[in-house]
Design a protein around this ligand. Sequence first.
Ligand SMILES: [Zn+2]
Length: 121
Amino acid sequence: MKQTEDIILKLLRIRQAVKLSESPLMSEEKVQILRDFIINNRRQIPSFALAHFDRLEAAGKQGLAKVEGGRCAACGAEVPQEEIEYLLENKNIGVCDGCYAFIYMPDPKFDDPNFFETLLS
Ligand SMILES: [Zn+2]
């Protein structure tokens, strides 16, 4: 997996882990597993990317959003066609002109609905 794809996947999982860890239904033991997971994954993301993501998420915005129908899924801003091609060809991360979220093209490899089920079982 390309490094940028790895960053996208880790940011998506960190966000999911944070959400799960805040659920009142989670046992203490599982919350601890999630916290360890978050710490370990944050260590593997370049600090500039993490800082940008954290700043947006802390402000209640999305730090990372997919491009859907040519638009940023977070704010709806149109993503220029050249940018979309660039993201597709290079499997890269871009930045939305509207909300500054990192943007990426959806890919089946980012959808892993059983990941946390497996991690917490
Ligand atoms: Zn946006």
